[in-house]
Design a protein around this ligand. Structure first.
Ligand code: IMP
Ligand code: MG
Length: 172
C-alpha cells in the first residue's frame, strides 16, 4: 500500500514561498518581469508566489511533458503548450515545481532563450538533487530535497494528488 509521509505543511510552504517572493520583489523592482510557469506542476506555486509579489508581473505558462504515468523521468521532453506572450527584451523567471534530472528545465531555458528576453532566471520550489543529469543553475530555490517522490501542492503521481494543500513524500 502506498503511504504518505508528511513533508511540508501549509505554514512551511507559505514561509518558503514568501521568502522567494520577497527576494524576487527586491531584485526586479525596476524591470518588466514575466513569470513563466511550467505546466502542470507549477500552477499552485506560481499562483501563490504571484500574489505575494509586491511588484507588477506578467504571467504565462508553457507546457512540458516528461513523465508518463509513473515516477520515472523520461528523457523525451515534449512541448505541450507554447509561450503566448511577447517576452522579447523582458526579464523572465521560469517557475518550476520541482527539478529532478534537470532535463525539463534545461529544455525550457533553451526554448525561452530563443525568444530573446533581456534576462532569464529560474525558480523552483523544490530542488531534488539525487538524480540530476544536467548541471543547471536554479536562481531561486525554496528547499533542497535529497531524494524521494513528492506529491501535493501541484505535484502529481500519475495525475493524482495535485490538489493536496500540503506536500507529502510517497512511500511505494
Ligand atoms: P526533470 O526533467 O527530471 O527535472 O523533471 C522535472 C519534472 O518532473 C518536474 O517539473 C515535475 O513535474 C516532475 N517531477 C520530478 N520529480 C517529481 C516528484 O518528486 N514528484 C512529482 N513530480 C516530479
Ligand atoms: Mg513540472
Amino acid at each position: 500500500m502506498t503511504e504518505f509521509e508528511p513533508f511540508l505543511d501549509r505554514d512551511e510552504i507559505h514561509r518558503l514561498v514568501a521568502d522567494i517572493a520577497d527576494r524576487i520583489s527586491g531584485d526586479y523592482k525596476n524591470n518588466d518581469l514575466v513569470l513563466i510557469g511550467v505546466l502542470k506542476g507549477s500552477f499552485i506555486f506560481l499562483s501563490d508566489l504571484a500574489r505575494q509579489l509586491t511588484i507588477p508581473a506578467e504571467i504565462d505558462f508553457i507546457g512540458a511533458s516528461s513523465y508518463g504515468a509513473g515516477a520515472q523521468s523520461s528523457e523525451n521532453i515534449r512541448l505541450t503548450k507554447p509561450l503566448q506572450i511577447d517576452i522579447r527584451n523582458k526579464h523572465i523567471i521560469i517557475i518550476e515545481d520541482i527539478i529532478d534530472t534537470g532535463l525539463t528545465l534545461a529544455y525550457m531555458v533553451n526554448y525561452i532563450k530563443s525568444f530573446e528576453p533581456s534576462n532569464l532566471k529560474t525558480c523552483a520550489l523544490l530542488d531534488k538533487r539525487e538524480r540530476r543529469q544536467v548541471d543547471i543553475d536554479i536562481d531561486y530555490v525554496g528547499r533542497i530535497v535529497e531524494k524521494g517522490f513528492l506529491v501535493g501542492y501541484g505535484l502529481d503521481y500519475a495525475e493524482r494528488y495535485r490538489n493536496l494543500p500540503e506536500l507529502y513524500c510517497l512511500k511505494f
